[in-house]
Design a protein around this ligand. Structure first.
Ligand SMILES: *[C@@H]1O[C@H](CO)[C@@H](O)[C@H](O)[C@H]1NC(C)=O
Ligand SMILES: *[C@@H]1O[C@H](CO)[C@@H](O)[C@H](O)[C@H]1NC(C)=O
Ligand SMILES: *[C@@H]1O[C@H](CO)[C@@H](O)[C@H](O)[C@H]1NC(C)=O
Ligand SMILES: *[C@@H]1O[C@H](CO)[C@@H](O)[C@H](O)[C@H]1NC(C)=O
Ligand SMILES: *[C@@H]1O[C@H](CO)[C@@H](O)[C@H](O)[C@H]1NC(C)=O
Length: 391
C-alpha cells in the first residue's frame, strides 16, 4: 500500500518509477486499551463511573482484540512488501521486546499471536526496573533540576485552558465531588497546579487540576475505545467538539511533564540508545518494542521530531499507536529512512474495525528535524545514522 503511494508520486516526476525495497522495520509502540489507571476517580465526581472487569491499568479483551488487528495488518503489509515471507519468519528475523507491565506484555503477545500465528515467536520481557521503558529522570545535578523546573513552569504558564477546565468541571459536577467537599479543591480554573521537585529515578510530576483532568479524560477515552455504551462514556456528555476541547487538557498535562527538550532527552536516553544499537548494529528485519505513552512522548521530543498532528485522533501518542521506522533500498544501492505514525483512528478503535491493505490504519509521515525528508517522505539513511551517533 505504502509502496503503491510512493510509486504513484514518483511516477509524476519521472518516467520510470523506481521500486524501493523495504529492508528493515523497527516499531516503537504504545500498549493497547487498558482499564483506567487512577485509584482516585471516585473523589473527583459524585457521578458513578462504569464498572471495569479488569484490575486497574490492565489490558482489556478489547485491547487484545485491537492489537491483534494491528498484528494481522502488519504481517500482511510486510509480506506484501516482501520483507517477511508468507507463513513463519526465520527466528532471527523478528525481535519483540516489551516492558514488564501486564498491559505491555499482553499487548506484545496479542500482536505476535495474530502477526505470526503458530510461529512460536518469543516476546522478550524486561525486568521490573528496565531502564529502557522507565520514564525516569537520570541527571541528578542541581543545575539540571533547576533548568527543568523553569522549562516546565514555562510550558505550564503558556497554557490557556479555561474553557476546557470549565467544560470538564460541568461534566464531572466537580463542585459536588469529595475533592471539593472534603479537600476544598473546588475550582479547576483557579486551583494551583504545582510542579513537584525533580528527583532522579522518578517521573516528573505535576499535581493539581491538570493532573485531575488528565485522569478523568484518560478514563473517558478508555471507556470510549473499550466500547462502553454511550451513557457509560463520560455519562453521555461528549461529542466531537467536546472531545477536542477536553483533549487540550491532556495534551497540556503531557506537555508540562514530558515536552521540554532537555527533560525529554534525559528521560528517553536509555530508550534512544537501545534503539540506536538496533539501527546501527543489528540487522533484524522486524523489531517491535512495546512501551507506554511516556516513552513515545519523551522519545519524540528527545529525538527532536518536528511537531505533528495525527488526523482522526485526539492524542499525540494514541492507544496502540506505533512509530514505524522503515529502511528502504533503491536501485542505486542507496538507503533511505521513512518514519510513519501508524495508529487506529478513534472510530477504528471504538468500532474495532478490521484492518487490511485496502482499509489500513492511519499512516502519518513523521520527520526528524535533523533528518529532513523529500516530497515522498524519505531522508537519507546516512543522515539518520549520523544524528544517532550524537546520542
Ligand atoms: C519455542 O521457542 C522456544 C525459545 O526459542 C524454545 O525453547 C521452544 O522449544 C520452542 N517451542 C516449540 C514448540 O518449537
Ligand atoms: C546534567 O545536566 C547538566 C545541566 O543541564 C548538564 O550540564 C550535564 O551535562 C548533565 N549531565 C549528564 C550526565 O547528562
Ligand atoms: C482563567 O480563569 C481564571 C478564573 O476564572 C481567571 O482568573 C483567568 O484570568 C482566566 N485566564 C484567561 C487566560 O482567561
Ligand atoms: C457538541 O455539544 C455542544 C454542547 O451541547 C454544542 O454546542 C456543539 O455544537 C456540539 N458539537 C457537535 C459537533 O455536535
Ligand atoms: C511539544 O511542544 C511543541 C511546542 O509547543 C508542540 O508544537 C508539539 O506538538 C509538542 N509535542 C508533543 C508530542 O505534544
Amino acid at each position: 500500500m505504502l509502496t503503491f503511494c510512493v510509486l504513484l508520486s514518483v511516477l509524476l516526476v519521472q518516467a520510470v518509477p523506481e521500486k524501493l525495497i523495504l529492508e528493515r522495520v523497527v516499531v516503537l509502540s504504545r500498549h493497547n486499551v487498558r482499564s483506567p489507571l487512577s485509584q482516585h476517580l471516585a473523589e473527583i465526581t459524585p457521578r458513578p463511573w462504569p464498572h471495569w472487569d479488569e484490575k486497574s491499568g490492565y489490558l482489556t479483551p478489547k485491547g487484545v482484540y485491537l492489537e491483534g488487528l494491528m498484528g494481522d495488518f502488519f504481517s500482511k503489509w510486510l509480506q506484501n512488501e516482501g520483507l517477511l515471507p508468507q507463513g513463519c519468519p526465520e527466528k532471527d528475523d523478528v525481535f519483540v521486546y516489551a516492558n514488564s507491565k501486564q498491559r505491555t506484555k499482553v499487548t506484545a503477545r496479542a500482536f505476535v499471536l495474530k502477526a505470526f500465528p503458530g510461529c512460536n515467536i518469543t516476546v522478550h520481557i524486561g525486568d521490573k526496573s528496565d531502564p529502557v521503558f522507565s520514564p525516569f529522570v537520570h541527571n541528578n545535578t542541581d543545575t539540571f533540576k533547576k533548568e527543568v523546573l523553569e522549562k516546565m513552569q514555562e510550558v505550564l504558564d503558556s497554557l490557556h485552558l479555561n474553557s476546557s477546565y470549565e467544560l470538564l468541571e460541568n461534566i464531572l459536577d466537580y463542585k459536588d465531588s469529595d475533592m471539593c467537599k472534603t479537600k476544598l479543591k473546588c475550582d479547576l480554573e483557579m486551583d494551583m497546579n504545582k510542579i513537584n521537585e525533580i528527583t532522579a529515578g522518578e517521573k516528573p510530576t505535576v499535581t493539581g487540576p491538570l493532573k485531575i483532568c488528565n485522569t478523568a479524560i484518560d478514563a473517558f477515552k478508555m471507556e470510549y475505545y473499550n466500547g462502553f455504551s454511550v451513557p457509560d462514556v463520560a455519562w453521555g456528555e461528549l461529542n466531537n467538539t467536546r472531545w477536542e476541547t477536553l483533549s487540550k487538557l491532556m495534551e497540556g498535562y503531557h506537555n508540562v511533564i514530558f515536552n521540554s527538550t532537555i527533560l525529554a532527552k534525559d528521560i528517553a536516553l536509555p530508550l534512544i540508545k537501545y534503539m540506536k544499537d538496533i539501527f546501527i548494529n543489528k540487522d533484524t528485519k522486524f523489531t517491535l518494542l512495546m512501551g507506554h505513552d511516556a516513552n513515545i512522548l519523551t522519545f519524540v521530543t528527545g529525538m527532536r521530531f518536528k511537531p505533528y498532528i495525527l488526523p482522526n485522533q485526539y492524542e499525540k501518542a494514541p492507544i496502540g499507536g506505533k512509530i514505524v521506522f522503515q529502511k528502504w533500498l533503491n536501485g542505486n544501492g542507496e538507503y533511505f529512512l521513512s518514519i510513519h505514525y501508524v495508529y487506529a483512528s478513534t472510530s477504528q478503535l471504538r468500532l474495532g474495525s478490521k484492518l487490511s491493505l485496502m482499509k489500513p490504519p492511519q499512516f502519518k509521515v513523521l520527520e526528524l528535524q535533523d533528518c529532513p525528508v523529500n516530497n515522498e517522505g524519505f531522508c537519507p539513511w546516512e543522515t539518520f545514522e549520523k544524528l544517532l551517533r550524537d546520542f
